[in-house]
Design a binder for this molecule. Structure first.
Ligand SMILES: Nc1ncnc2c1ncn2[C@@H]1O[C@H](COP(=O)(O)OP(=O)(O)OP(=O)(O)O)[C@@H](O)[C@H]1O
Ligand SMILES: [Mg+2]
Length: 323
């Protein structure tokens, strides 16, 4: 087994919610709750879960934009703390992120040439002609013509603008790409084109993906393995096909049953979320038809009985054991 490229080891992230008159924190919110997971080089891991469950917070911690409250994150075997202290630039080159809304993440006042050049100037010591060469290469990879360099972001469609965001993320030849809802703002046919492009690029360039989405159908298309999150915790994980066919957590079941049409986004109400932050036990129990007293103790992730390996679920009453 190769060394994992990215590892989260019991990582927790808490945010201060309110401060009192003296500046002291009166309430903290646990956005990510002791999560442990990893992704191997060249793999594509999907992270799914409804709005507010902590997906982006995990991604932001993985690129060093947020620091964990506790636990450890390692990239290529070295802790992120060490990377940030010793080789922050190399970390930025090696780990890049693509966001949901390309129009918000591309500076509207800069032509694409400036956007890409700035990234190369920040992350590499390439000379002018090397930068030009790299810009050409990366535009070809995302299937955009060279004339794109002289245009502004607003002159592109949503799908084309997202290709530019992907080009910017790829230009430093990262080893890991965190894609945070990269196709959610696009219509279904454009989504399919971008997903195909991402799939081709993964095969061609060997980049490792962590792909965040609330849309299970999208994740199924691109990611051989998946984590399902609920209220900051991983509730189920494993090979995507297996997890879809033999979902074990009542929340995964709800997620899958809530997607009537492949490619259509899912939206679930999460009105209980606000009350969950300091509660003990399984966070899903208020919404779960199977919940009983045992669920006031938090279930831990464990191997699903009869699974072919790697399929884990955190539930006292997994569906596979239902009478
Ligand atoms: N800087 C912050 N300060 C306080 N709370 C925050 C902060 N960032 C995130 N949160 C809270 O942490 C929780 C998780 O947020 P996060 O953005 O990770 O969710 P998400 O799963 O990415 O949701 P979405 O699908 O809507 O993007 C949310 O309840 C959010 O309000
Ligand atoms: Mg998010």
């Amino acid at each position: 087994m190769p060394e994992p490229l990215l590892q989260f080891d019991r990582v927790t992230k808490e945010f201060d919610l309110y401060k009192n008159w003296f500046g002291k924190t009166s309430k903290r919110f646990r956005a990510v709750n002791e999560v442990t997971w990893q992704v191997e080089p060249g793999a594509a891991l999907g992270i799914v879960g409804e709005s507010g469950c902590g997906k982006s917070t995990m991604a932001r911690m993985a690129v060093g934009l947020e620091l964990p409250t506790s636990g450890e994150i390692r990239f290529a075997g070295k802790t992120l703390d060490k990377w940030l202290k010793e080789e922050a630039l190399l970390l930025r080159q090696s780990v890049q992120m693509v966001f949901q809304d390309p129009s918000a993440s591309l500076n509207p006042r800069q032509r694409i040439r400036e956007i890409l050049e700035l990234q190369l100037q920040r992350l590499t010591d390439f000379r002018a002609e090397q930068r030009m060469q790299r810009m050409k290469e990366v535009l070809e990879q995302v299937q955009l013509p060279l004339v794109a360099l002289d245009r502004y972001p607003h002159e592109f469609s949503g799908g084309q603008a997202q290709r530019i965001s992907i080009a910017r993320a790829l230009i430093s030849k990262p080893r890991l790409l965190l894609l945070d809802e990269p196709v959610s703002a696009l219509d279904v046919s454009v989504q399919a084109q971008i997903l195909l492009l991402l799939e081709e690029m993964r095969k061609e360039l060997g980049v490792t993906y962590v792909f965040i989405s609330h849309d299970l159908a999208v994740v199924e298309q691109l990611c051989p393995s998946v984590l399902v999150m609920y209220a900051g915790s991983i509730v189920e994980s494993g090979p995507t096909n297996q997890l879809f066919q033999q979902r074990n957590h009542p929340y995964t079941d709800l997620l899958i049953r809530s997607v009537p049409v492949p490619g259509k986004s899912l939206e679930l109400k999460s009105e209980e979320m606000a009350n969950l932050e300091n509660s003990q036990g399984c966070a899903f129990r208020n919404r779960c038809s199977k919940a009983n007293q045992q669920c006031s103790q938090a279930p831990i992730l464990k191997e699903v009985s009869g699974s072919m390996g790697g399929h884990e679920c955190a539930c006292h009453y997994p569906l596979s054991e239902a009478a």
